[in-house]
Design a protein around this ligand. Structure first.
Ligand code: CP
Length: 309
């Protein structure tokens, strides 16, 4: 039985297979519409979500399976004091696979010790978000045609941004990736990522304070939201929340084939005027998330379209 807790739980080859499968699902949807018949996905979301939860649910439905779960801790027995490990132990008797989001770092990993079904980490605090990473890799591969030889600028909240942490780990395994970190000093990348990923693997990176100074270099601009929910102090959030706002003016010097990504939700860090720019990929990115989650559910459940026919 496999779980997906950290993006590094998947080898580069396994990721390639997942992305190939997701591409095939887009091309041949009808082939996959019953592969998970009689299977159930439980979505246990102790923290809010739109894309991750609903794309998981849509993914399972489009595979012919069923969905159960809760969308907030308040509507579960967590409010009565039930532990996460008791919750998942019980739910693993009701479902064949579990997608779980939790505000505490490490909660999905701890849950794996008590379950009899695969667990997928759908985001744990400021730590990891491996299915967003699969979504991001699929977007990059489809939009740029490659996962090697790229300069990627990551902008905004790099301290608490789990999508950024997970994507850096995953991209560090591809060749000739140049990382540019664009953030205010207070929201810069945690030391453990710098030491364990960049320094250990001798990967090129630099820190800058404005997106304008590096815009012409970028193949990918990965924007992120300053996350109110991760701040202890509201005054700090208010001071930092509008640090970076991407608008049409800032794109004047960007490459014609720049790929602008954002895991979403957006607050105001990308002007809505950018949405019509052909380089804006963030809504396509959210859609790709459904297909790659379909591929992941199939893989962790060990089902295939060929077996089904
Ligand atoms: N990208 C992402 O995780 O979005 P949600 O919080 O809406 O799931």
């Amino acid at each position: 039985m496999r779980h997906l807790i950290d993006p590094m739980d998947l080898s580069v080859k396994e990721i390639e297979h997942l992305l190939d499968l997701a591409d095939d699902i887009i091309l041949h949807k009808e082939k996959y519409q019953e592969v998970c018949k009689h299977k159930k996905l439980a979505t246990l979301f102790f923290e809010p979500s739109t894309r991750t939860r609903l794309s998981f649910e849509a993914a399972m439905m489009e595979l012919g399976g069923n969905v159960l779960g809760f969308s907030s801790a308040n509507s579960s027995s967590a409010t009565k004091g039930e532990s996460v490990s008791d919750t998942v132990r019980v739910v693993s008797g009701y479902a064949d696979i579990i997608a779980m989001r939790h505000p505490k770092e490490g909660a999905p990993y701890a849950a794996t010790r008590k379950v009899t079904v695969p667990i997928i980490n759908a985001g744990d605090g400021g730590h990891n978000h491996p299915t967003q990473t699969l979504t991001d890799l699929m977007t990059i591969r489809r939009e740029k045609g490659r996962l090697n030889n790229l300069t990627i600028g990551m902008c905004g909240d790099l301290k608490f941004g789990r999508t950024v942490h997970s994507l850096i780990k995953a991209m560090s395994r591809y060749e000739n990736i140049n990382f540019i970190m664009i953030s205010p000093e207070e929201l810069c990348l945690p030391d453990y990522i710098i030491k364990d990923v960049f320094e250990k693997k001798n990967i090129k990176y630099k820190n800058v304070r404005t997106m304008e100074e590096v815009m012409p270099e970028l193949d990918i601009l990965y924007m992120t939201r300053v996350q109110k929910e991760r701040f202890f102090n509201e005054a700090d959030y208010i001071r930092l929340k509008d640090s970076f706002i991407l608008d049409e003016r800032k794109l004047v010097d960007a490459k014609k084939d720049l790929c602008i990504m954002h895991p979403l939700p957006r607050v105001n860090e990308i002007s809505t005027k950018v949405d019509d720019d052909p380089r804006a990929c963030y809504f396509k990115q959210a859609l790709y998330g459904k297909y790659v989650r379909m591929a992941l559910i199939m893989t962790l459940l060990g089902v295939s379209a060929d077996e089904d026919r």
